[in-house]
Design a protein around this ligand. Sequence first.
Ligand code: CU
Length: 115
Amino acid sequence: MARFVIAVFTVLALAVVHPAAAEQTQVVHIKAHMFAYSPEEIVVKKGVPVTLELMSIDRVHGFNLPDFHIRTTIQPWESTTITFTPDRVGRFTFACDHFCGDGHDDMSGVIVVVE
Ligand SMILES: [Cu+2]
């Protein structure tokens, strides 16, 4: 009986902890492809950590978000993860900085940080 009570208690405790933990990080999946990011615009909350999971579905691309000093290379079919905490509100442009073809110069997106 005691074991059963402990098991039920554990399940309840996990159920309570899990949603809170999920709110502490904003996970956003971004796909890169010639010559755009999908989605092109993401909205995140100021002061809450953001994890970007970046993946290219065709060739090598870059991801440069200078306002937050973030820059990485995105490899095809490999997940690249970046975590940062936006410390101010606004609209911040990210762009491909790895030449990927004729549309490369137009390959960009926006992170909107809200209160
Ligand atoms: Cu490019």
